[in-house]
Design a protein around this ligand. Structure first.
Ligand SMILES: [Zn+2]
Length: 131
């Protein structure tokens, strides 16, 4: 490039993006976070369940969301309901196994939402039907 070249950089700087414009993948990331229950408050907020107030283990996902997990609990994956099996990688990030059959002997993390007393209470009320 010459000294008088007026062309800008090939890739716009991140700060050039207007905050109101979404990157194409951001909607997919939000949908995935909603579907998988990765709705934990992000740091620096405390890792506390907004429904029951219990302090949980918070882990980042690969799509920038956070999930609340039951602290220090690893269970055989086949004992955890489908869609709630979270696996951790060596960097601390977690991913949801979705509907995939767990590997023999695999263990997984348990999301707080399957043990949350507030959600369990709501489920019992729903099963009981209208008052
Ligand atoms: Zn809770």
């Amino acid at each position: 490039m010459g000294e008088h070249d007026t062309a800008g950089p090939l890739v716009p700087e991140r700060s050039a993006r207007r905050p109101s414009v979404q990157a194409p993948w951001e909607a997919c990331d939000r949908d995935q976070a909603r579907d998988e229950g990765a709705d934990a408050p992000a740091p620096p907020a405390p890792p506390v369940c907004p429904r029951c107030g219990r302090r949980c283990e918070r882990r980042p996902t690969y799509y920038g969301a956070y999930v609340l997990l039951e602290p220090d609990i690893r269970r055989p994956a086949h004992e955890v309901p489908v869609g709630h099996r979270w696996y951790e990688d060596s960097d601390g990030r977690v991913w949801n196994g979705n509907r995939a059959e767990p590997a023999p002997g695999a263990h997984c993390l348990v999301p707080h939402r399957v043990a949350c007393p507030a959600l369990v209470l709501l489920a019992h009320r729903a099963e009981a039907g209208p008052d």
